[in-house]
Ligand binder design. Structure first.
Ligand code: AMP
Ligand code: MG
Length: 416
């Protein structure tokens, strides 16, 4: 049974749930997904505080201050950040305050030091523009009982900072998925046997590298199980290394060749197989099943097919395991530079380079689209999506691309 990309994706994701939460020290949580709402126990900031180095005053005392007619006030004391005022601002007085220091009672304004003579016992104020300003109210950022960071958030720099602010020394997060990566094929070697490649006898298992790298980029931990030969015994033996992993990704051996054993070996090990083919190019043979509760994705062996099917199916699985709510990348609309015609009634994913031209993103093909041409993948920053029912795209037409990596978004400098 062959499924559309969407059906296959739904079937795969419906069999995958977020990993159980565990508690980790806050700094170890970077890049992981929060498994519970973290509620603030405190008010932040805890006091009305100054957003400027300057003088706390009453606005009514300074509204008429100007360069020609400065307002001169006695300075009652100086309050640094980390100190508390001992006095209140009375009408006709000022208290010198530093940024972050509590604003004394009685003041509704902080005049920035730049608009004064900087005096320590008396201050001359020569501008009224700050009247009524520069006081940050207590609790402006966080209130007790409000959700500081919501469950499902990816903990990046800002989230880490907020969690620290509310005292979350440890947090409940979803574990980073351990993903076993297994290559298959008698023709494959790793770099330690590159002399055989040089002789023309073997090829390097580039899939071990692309898949491993993508696992890490998707927020998982890659466990490289190496290469298995095209024989069932070799497979079964190596598969043991996947024990304790949360996902197994194999590449190769899922097609209809005489030595494509992946499916049979998995079955013999007790796997339940859920799907075999997806109506897409590249990458039509795609296996998915569960082996004693562990999901297994069988990507095709062709290097480009393996990468494209990883984007569509493996990345969302890893993100789901990580507890992320948004598991898909967002397609963006582009205009296409080339005429493109697809032969078979399959959803096509073509390697393109997306560049911005003014306000519009334009996609051009990387060149020939053979599924063994890995260098074209290395030049692409997006996949052009051509639905099966749209066999022809003319130059200038609009279509959607799926960005890959960060490349599609770079190269624009803020012109400010
Ligand atoms: P298969 O899916 O096993 O029929 O392999 C399809 C194509 O992908 C063949 O040309 C293989 O040599 C190639 N291939 C399979 N596995 C890998 C791998 N790990 N790295 C690079 N190429 C591979
Ligand atoms: Mg093979």
């Amino acid at each position: 049974m062959a499924y559309s990309v969407r059906e296959a994706s739904e079937r795969i994701l419906s069999a995958v749930a977020p990993l159980a939460p565990l508690e980790v020290p806050l700094r170890d949580a970077l890049g992981l997904v929060l498994a519970e709402d973290v509620v603030s126990p405190i008010e932040h900031p805890p006091w009305d505080n100054s957003s400027m180095d300057g003088y706390a005053v009453r606005a009514t005392d300074v509204v008429r201050a100007s360069k020609d007619a400065p307002v001169v006030l006695p300075v009652l004391e100086t309050v640094r950040a980390g100190q508390r005022p001992t006095r209140s601002v009375e009408s006709g007085t000022a208290i010198r305050v530093m940024t972050g220091a509590p604003v004394p009672d009685g003041a509704d304004t902080v005049i920035r030091v730049e608009d004064t003579d900087g005096g320590e016992t008396r201050v001359s104020i020569r501008d009224a523009r700050d009247a009524g300003r520069n006081v940050r109210p207590r609790g402006e950022d966080l209130q007790p009982g409000t959700i500081a960071v919501a469950a499902g958030s990816v903990i990046g720099a800002a989230q880490l900072g907020v969690l620290a602010s509310v005292g979350a020394a440890t947090v409940q997060v979803h574990r980073r998925p351990r993903v076993a990566v297994l290559a298959s094929g008698d023709e494959l070697v790793d770099l330690d046997r590159f002399d055989e490649v040089r002789r023309g006898d073997r090829i390097v298992t580039s899939n071990s590298y692309t898949i491993g790298a993508n696992v890490v980029a998707a927020g998982g931990e890659a466990v490289d199980l190496g290469i298995v030969r095209d024989d069932p015994a070799s497979y079964a033996e190596r598969m043991a290394g996947a024990r304790g992993c949360d996902l197994l990704i194999t590449s190769g051996g899922v097609s209809v060749g005489a030595f494509d054993f992946t499916k049979d070996v998995l079955k013999s090990l007790g796997a339940e197989l859920h799907l075999w083919r997806v109506l897409m190019r590249p990458g039509a043979p795609l296996g998915f099943g569960t082996l004693h509760g562990m999901p297994w994705l069988g990507l095709p062996g062709n290097p480009v097919s393996a990468m494209v099917t990883f984007e569509l199916f493996a990345r969302p699985v890893i993100r789901r395991l990580r507890g992320e709510r948004q598991v898909f990348r967002r397609p963006i609309e582009v205009r296409v530079r080339d005429d493109v015609t697809i032969g078979a009634p399959l959803t096509h994913f073509m390697r393109v380079i997306v560049e911005w031209d003014g306000d519009e993103a334009w996609a051009r093909l990387t060149g020939p689209q053979g599924s063994g041409l890995l260098t074209s993948m290395s030049r692409a920053n997006a996949l052009l999506i051509i639905p099966a029912e749209r066999p022809t795209i003319r130059a200038g037409d609009r279509a959607h691309v799926l960005p890959i990596g960060e490349g599609a978004l770079s190269a624009v400098q803020l012109e400010l």
